[in-house]
Write a protein that binds this ligand. Structure first.
Ligand code: PXL
Length: 272
């Protein structure tokens, strides 16, 4: 069984980060270890939240893993609360990466053209240092613009998105995927560019109209992609499965009158 380690926060309530990575990756038949970066009462889209920072504990946890001879097939990083945590993610990869290992970076920084609460303007430049080492990065459009150091635009064509993905791989990750791309009003999905093969790939699912913003859907997307890669799918199949899964979870979320505003109902479709 493949074993991955995901380095991100635990949001106690909020259906994001480690709380979606663990059930999804486990359901896909892979062992999901976690390196928690912080414990938050909720994610940061809530009005009232507190954070207990676990930065100082991270090197010790890694040291204990080393002494135990623990190894991972994949390192998957998500929300990192500070520049210091980005540096520790790079250390984690230096310690536990190597031949045949895979670095999956979800450069969680913002959405709708804005950085999430708590991130400074200089944060994306540091995230770039981590992305440079990755086998694959999966930014949304906001994060892709941040990594390229360009001004945000709300919509881009598929061709423009592919060109951005290509530029993201220059001197950087082997593959760049940009999420939240729409070729038409009715579709939503991803584009991917791979540096070595120069291969482009796009995959879209029917767009679901939602009367509210959907927090955490990027985390669900990333977790399903990681689970797919770990269970032997090739990149394109893993991405397509993740797009389909998120689309289905969103369809279920809007169907459920009782849904919670802060995350999508991935639980309803987890058995698939
Ligand atoms: O879903 C991304 C995410 C993860 N973790 C925390 C967040 C967010 C987005 O706001 O606040 C703590």
């Amino acid at each position: 069984m493949k074993r991955i380690v995901t380095m991100q926060d635990i949001s106690c309530v909020g259906k994001c980060s480690a709380s979606v990575a663990m059930p999804i990756i486990s359901a896909m038949g892979c062992e999901c270890a976690i390196l928690p970066t912080a414990v938050l009462s909720t994610h940061t889209a809530f009005e009232n939240f507190n954070i207990v920072d676990l930065t100082d504990n991270i090197p010790t946890v890694c040291e204990m893993w080393k002494r135990e001879g623990i190894a991972f097939d994949m390192v998957y990083t998500g929300y990192l609360a500070s520049v210091r945590q980005i540096d520790l993610a790079i250390d984690l990869w230096q310690e536990f990466g190597g031949d045949g290992k895979y670095l999956f970076v979800d450069p969680v920084m913002g959405d709708f053209g804005r950085l999430y609460t708590g991130f400074e303007e200089s944060y994306p430049a540091h995230m770039k240092r981590l992305c440079r080492r990755a086998d694959i990065i999966v930014p949304n459009l906001t994060e892709a613009f941040c990594l390229l150091g360009e001004k945000y635009r709300e919509s881009v064509s598929v061709e423009e998105a592919l060109e951005m993905a290509k530029r993201l791989t220059q001197n950087g990750p082997k593959a760049a995927v940009i999420t939240g791309i729409s070729p038409t009003e009715e579709e939503l999905g991803i584009v991917k560019f791979e540096r070595e093969t120069e291969e482009s790939f796009c995959y879209f699912a029917p767009r679901v109209e939602t009367p509210f913003p959907l927090h955490g859907s990027g985390d669900v997307f990333a977790a399903v992609t990681v689970g797919g890669l770990c269970s032997g799918k090739n990149i394109n199949d893993a991405l397509a499965a993740a797009v389909d899964f998120v689309a289905e979870a969103v369809r279920e979320t809007v169907k459920n009158n009782d849904h919670r505003w802060y995350g999508i109902d991935f639980e309803t479709v987890l058995n698939k």
